[in-house]
Design a protein around this ligand. Sequence first.
Ligand code: GTP
Ligand code: MG
Length: 309
Amino acid sequence: YSATTPYTTLPSVLLLGPSGAGKTALLTLFERGPFYKPDQPASNSPTDDGKPSVPTPVARTHTSQTPSTVELAVSSDPSAHSYTTDLDAAGATATKFLLVDTPGHPKLRRHALTALSRPNPTIVPSAFSASLSSKNNKNSTSSSSETHKSKLKALVFVVDAAALADSDSGSLASTAEYLYDVLLTLQQRFDRQRRGGARAPASVPVLVAANKLDLFTALPAGLVKSQLEGELGRIRKTRSKGLLDSGEGDALDGPGGDEEEGWLGSYGAEKFSFDEMREFDVEVEVVGGNVFGDGPGAEKWWRWIGDRV
Ligand code: GTP
Ligand code: MG
């Protein structure tokens, strides 16, 4: 990055998902890149025989209350296509982008969903970030870019694949509720534009990152996908029934009615599948991985992001 480079606003990728899924952990992993020691899980377990825990080089995550943003760079050279590659040392040309963390707590989601509903979603990093840090501080452009709007390129919806496997936790229902709202927001944004005769908005692809696959209890990505699809199908049925029961359905039914408005995916379809979202130009992919421990890691997620910024 040199002073002669003309200023352009960096594109952004938004991290969404329920509380505890691992969004902040993932952001930290990508931010620290080659310097990260992933074999030090930040454990919440109180089983450490009562001893105070030893500080580790890994930042402990805690429930996020404010969104935060980091500036990252992905190499345009596929052989250096890893978040562990030190792009400065490799001298590679890179695409910079902003990765924006959001809080998963239900009362703090409004911010993220509001941004998504706009025809051309933009993120104002300063509105999202308590601290805008940079992988390479010497290259930081934070003070100038903070005030600019950033074009949203993709969403990463992080889910806890181990919690999803525990049917008593209610995790599947609450995770699917949030995902439903995210996908419906993207669908309605597309519909509004189409009905208004406007050009289709730039599509925002969604990666469902099935996290914590280092845990043996975690569901593999294929099951995370089918479980979520099943639950999303149940939710849309329940929501449309709610409208009918309240008497609103009769009057508002039919194309463009309220019931169709709130229906995720192909209207009237029996089972929900993520492929239905293509009708609304929303690509959804489910990919497994982990931030800590042994497993597939985070490289596939990084590559997915790199291909879309
Ligand atoms: P909110 O900020 O509340 O929305 O949650 P979050 O999605 O940011 O979750 P966070 O990154 O704080 O992670 C929650 C817990 O999951 C932490 O204790 C992490 O250490 C743990 N965690 C994150 N990723 C992994 C993983 O890949 N494997 C395991 N075993 N634990 C993980
Ligand atoms: Mg967090």
